[in-house]
Design a protein around this ligand. Structure first.
Ligand code: RM4
Ligand code: MN
Ligand code: MN
Length: 426
């Protein structure tokens, strides 16, 4: 273990006095009841780390690796274990197949458990051709005009479910790059029907207690049409498939300025919201650190989530899939992931702070000014000491990034793995 628990304790001791001052002031402002209620929810709230984002990401123009990347699934689990020991908020890992095939499921499951980790959604990959693959996905997978290609893609998804069963995962995320690059290339109706039929076969292979998440994306790699292009199309597939099928919202998969919070609200109302891929973006699927560009939007999304989940009596921590889907081109991937988790939990905490009774009253009175004040008061209250306190109570670091740097953890990883270690993934 590159980080021992006594090092966390020592670090916290050094910083505790400064933390106490800030926390006590905030707790005084919020009152003991609300403070404790938010703290308990923050401690429960876990966000899954994607196995494909632990190395340095790149673009088609280049990739600039920082060294010490995990070379195997075992090392990836160790990295997520390290994140979890720093923040006690990343107690799950989401795997992408075939980038991270667990050859011995039981051993991998035990290794993860030794780090306090469980397996979140499994992800299939029919957007790339693999070296040993018989048929090509160049013109799509489940939408393909050739039944043999569709069959291969269906079988791959079933294999991914089987891997997931061995690990104790309970869900499959299907993201298809299927679509067309030029007008005229595709019969939209037929592509939809073929895709639906493929998803139906995958759905039929789901274990009783599993969910399937249908992830949509507006464009890329296809630039004219995408066969699961927006939440409406995903909702259509999920509705036709049945009660185990849900829509997955990846924040980077919308056209510019889409009102994601409204999408979230309606999907929840229809009981079809399954989970999230958190990231942030300025343009499209930038896959940047959550909350780095539009923290207010992240807060507004959580505001709808808390409202909608409470309306249905849902458990915030366990009833939806909370996952990060990001890529790190210029930052240390582990530091970046720590920042994302922090931003997500901060938005969640701010949403818990919203006075919903007063907000509803303002809405009923058409008091637009008060409604805005209520939301922005919550958003502008600095709740970071609450997040730090939640970590302190479960023996995580007061400042995860601070401790990561103080202990030179990247340097230690480079010492054991080398500068040229390369991860599979984005
Ligand atoms: C896609 C999408 C999927 C992810 C791949 C790697 O844009 O976000 O969720 O698995 O990227
Ligand atoms: Mn995604
Ligand atoms: Mn994406």
């Amino acid at each position: 273990m590159p980080l021992e628990s006594y090092q966390i304790a020592q670090y916290n001791q050094q910083h505790e006095a400064a933390h106490r001052r800030k926390f006590e002031f905030l707790a005084g402002e919020l009152g003991a009841d609300l403070t404790e209620r938010i703290l308990a929810k923050l401690i429960d709230f876990q966000i899954a780390i994607p196995s494909w984002a632990l190395g340095t990401g790149g673009t088609r123009f280049g990739r600039f690796a920082g060294g010490g990347e995990p070379r195997t699934l075992e090392e990836k689990i160790a990295d997520v274990g390290l994140l979890h020991s720093l923040n006690r908020s990343s107690g799950a890992i989401s795997l992408h197949i075939p980038w991270d095939i667990p050859t011995d499921g039981e051993a991998i499951k035990q290794l993860a458990a030794s780090h306090g980790l469980v397996f979140d959604a499994m992800n299939s990959n029919t957007f790339q051709d693999q070296a040993n693959q018989e048929l090509s996905y160049k013109f799509g997978s489940l939408q393909h005009t050739d039944a043999a290609v569709r069959k291969q893609a269906i079988q791959h998804n079933i294999d991914v479910i089987r891997h997931g069963e061995a690990l104790g995962s309970k869900s499959l995320t299907v993201w298809l790059s299927d679509g067309s690059s030029f007008p005229g290339q595709l019969n939209f109706r037929k592509a939809f029907q073929r895709t639906l039929e493929g998803l139906q076969e995958i759905y039929a292979a789901l274990p009783e207690d599993w969910k399937v998440f249908v992830e949509y994306k507006a464009f890329e790699p296809n630039f004219y049409s995408t066969t699961v292009g927006d939440w409406g199309q995903s909702f259509l597939y999920a509705s036709k498939l049945g009660p185990k099928a849900y829509t997955l919202v990846d924040l980077g998969h919308h056209l510019p300025n889409a009102n994601i919070e409204q999408i979230v609200s309606l999907l929840l109302m229809e009981e079809k919201l399954g989970g999230f891929h958190f990231n942030d973006s300025k343009y499209g699927d930038d896959d940047l650190t959550a909350g780095s560009m539009k923290p207010y939007q992240l807060f507004l999304i959580f505001n709808e989530l808390v409202d909608g989940m409470d309306a249905r009596g849902m458990n915030h921590a366990t009833d939806l899939g909370w996952m990060i889907d990001a890529s790190h081109n210029v930052k240390d991937p582990l530091e970046d992931l720590l920042q994302s988790v922090e931003a997500i939990k901060l938005a969640y905490a701010q949403a818990l702070l919203v006075d919903r009774v007063a907000l509803e009253e303002a809405r009923n009175n058409n008091d637009v000014v008060t409604a805005q004040e209520i939301l922005q008061n919550a958003f502008r209250t600095d709740l970071r000491p609450l997040l730090a306190e939640a970590r302190l109570r479960v023996d995580a670091a007061l400042s995860p990034v601070g401790l990561f740097r103080e202990q030179s953890l990247r340097k230690k990883l480079i010492e054991t793995r080398g500068m040229k270690a390369v991860s599979t993934g984005l």
